[in-house]
Design a protein around this ligand. Structure first.
Ligand code: FRU
Length: 492
């Protein structure tokens, strides 16, 4: 793809002629890779989910947005509301880079309720004449008519002493009557950190310090932190940058994961177990959580990564959000399951029972590119079990399970054009328990695999041909008895 000049990347979309915007939107509409039940950009590039909240009977979902192409340029927040997290009503840009402090981007942030009103705290990205970055944390009130009133000056005007300008992505949470903001940071020794502020009036924010963890040397920057208590455990999520691969772990350019334990907010210390990735696939970053109408903790991520090019870049658009996942902790472990409301999209249920063996079997002819497939593994006497999805003569997206190693692998080597640069074409994870179930969501250009009822998730963008609709099973040796339940999924 051609290089964008700085001027092009920082062009305001309000100043771009309507017909040019129309042409960009048409490219998305006509794309063979256009998603059907995922939030994707109306035009240009989508990244982090922002400002997620259930407020006044509806969900508010925004995402980072550069409207003019598949590059990280001047960022806006694009906003949707939803009644069920399945159908979304678009409202266009809600936060715009229109003040001195956010002149070079309204960066990521979160939503909170104060005095019965909806507010956003987000990072204002500004550049000076020497193109030096200045990060401050800003608050905007969302008025009833969806207009925005930004506070006149930053509530946190600069990084605390000892930290660099890589200081962003405030996530606000409330404990008793106090509001806290947890913010991604980098100390002057180039170590990723998270810092905490508190406030009782949302105007004055007091710096408390950084949260002490065991991860003192764990990447150069931690983006998009989130903190919550779930089923008696404290979870600190963040996205460290600069972690070396370690076997099956940390193979993507940047990681998105969590530590689980107990956080002492007053002493700013966290006792915790090892850092775990939230997703063992390829394309998952910058997730944010919120509480849904039923009181469940729900997570949505960006199905993409910074500094990676994707096949749709050629069509001037990129990325989508993941489907929402419900989080819980069972036996001390984090589980992630697709939200139940997605069942509304199901139609044309088909089921099949049968053996997989070393002869490749096409499940049945299937024309379609959007479906949910549940595979129950009722008996497994194989060495390796194979499922090929979105398969055709040219394409196949392979899920492989090695019984002895209890290892699940997603291989997109033959899935079609690939994002780049990306290390390797497969990702693997060792399961906690033998494979019993895969619940797979296929959209036009993505796959999300939920394994063993919430034990692991593997997410990837894939870009197969339009005729790649087959589903095949086979084994290396031995046989498995399987139950397939398939639903076609309609537009969200
Ligand atoms: C993560 C991120 C955030 C930042 C935003 C800018 O993908 O880099 O740290 O606020 O994207 O778009």
């Amino acid at each position: 793809m051609r290089e964008w000049t700085r001027d092009e990347r920082y062009q305001r979309f309000e100043e771009v002629p309507q017909d040019k915007l129309e042409a960009l939107r048409a490219q998305v509409q006509h794309s063979n890779y256009k998603q059907v039940f995922h939030i994707q950009p109306e035009s240009g590039l989508l990244n982090d989910p922002n400002g997620l909240i259930y407020f006044n009977g509806e969900y508010h979902i925004s995402h980072q947005w550069f409207p003019l192409g598949a590059v990280h340029g001047l960022k806006y927040w694009y906003n949707y509301t939803s009644e069920d997290l399945v159908h979304f009503e678009p409202h266009g840009p809600i936060l715009k880079p229109d003040t001195k402090n956010d002149s070079h981007g309204v960066y990521s942030g979160s939503a909170f309720e104060y005095d019965n009103h909806l507010y956003y705290m987000y990072t204002g990205n500004a550049r000076d004449g020497e193109w030096q970055r200045h990060a401050s944390q800003l608050i905007a009130k969302v008025n009833q008519d969806k207009t925005i009133s930004k506070f006149p000056k930053p509530v946190i005007s600069q990084p605390p002493e000892g930290y660099t300008e890589h200081f962003r992505d405030p996530k606000v949470f409330k404990k008793e009557d106090t509001y806290y903001a947890i913010i991604g940071a980098q100390n002057i020794h180039q170590n990723g950190r998270v810092v905490l502020y508190r406030s009782t009036d949302i105007v004055h924010w007091q710096f408390m310090g950084e949260i002490e963890t065991k991860l003192t040397e764990f990447g150069y920057m931690w983006e998009c932190p989130d903190y919550f208590n779930l089923d008696g455990f404290d979870i600190l999520m963040f996205c460290p940058q600069g972690i070396e691969p370690d076997g099956d772990k940390f193979n993507n350019i940047y990681q998105a994961g969590y530590i689980i334990g107990q956080l002492d907010v007053d002493n700013l210390t966290m006792n915790h177990a090892d850092f775990n990735e939230l997703d063992n696939g390829f394309d998952f970053y910058a997730p944010q959580s919120f509480i849904d109408a039923q009181g469940q903790r729900v997570l949505i991520g960006w199905m993409g990564l910074p500094d990676v090019n994707y096949p749709t870049d050629e069509e001037n658009w990129a990325h989508c959000l993941t489907i929402p996942r419900v989080l819980s902790i069972e036996d001390g472990k984090l589980k992630q399951r697709p939200i139940k409301a997605l069942q509304q999209l199901r139609f044309n249920e088909e089921t099949a029972l049968g053996y997989a063996n070393k002869y490749t079997r096409q499940l049945h002819p299937y024309e379609g590119k959007q479906y949910e497939l549940i595979i129950d593994v009722l008996e497994n006497e194989t060495t390796e079990l194979y499922f090929e999805l979105r398969s055709s003569r040219r394409n196949s997206t392979l899920i492989k399970y090695n019984k002895r190693e209890q290892k699940l692998t997603l291989d997109r080597n033959e899935s079609g054009p690939l994002p780049n640069p990306v290390e390797g074409t497969s990702r693997s994870t060792i399961l906690d328990t033998p494979l019993s179930q895969l619940q797979i969501f296929i959209d036009t250009s993505s796959i999300e695999i939920f394994c063993n009822d919430g034990e692991r998730v593997m997410t990837a963008r894939i870009f197969p041909d339009e005729d790649a609709t087959g589903i095949k099973t086979s084994t290396e040796s031995g046989q498995a008895y399987l139950k397939f339940t398939k639903y076609e999924l309609k537009e969200g």
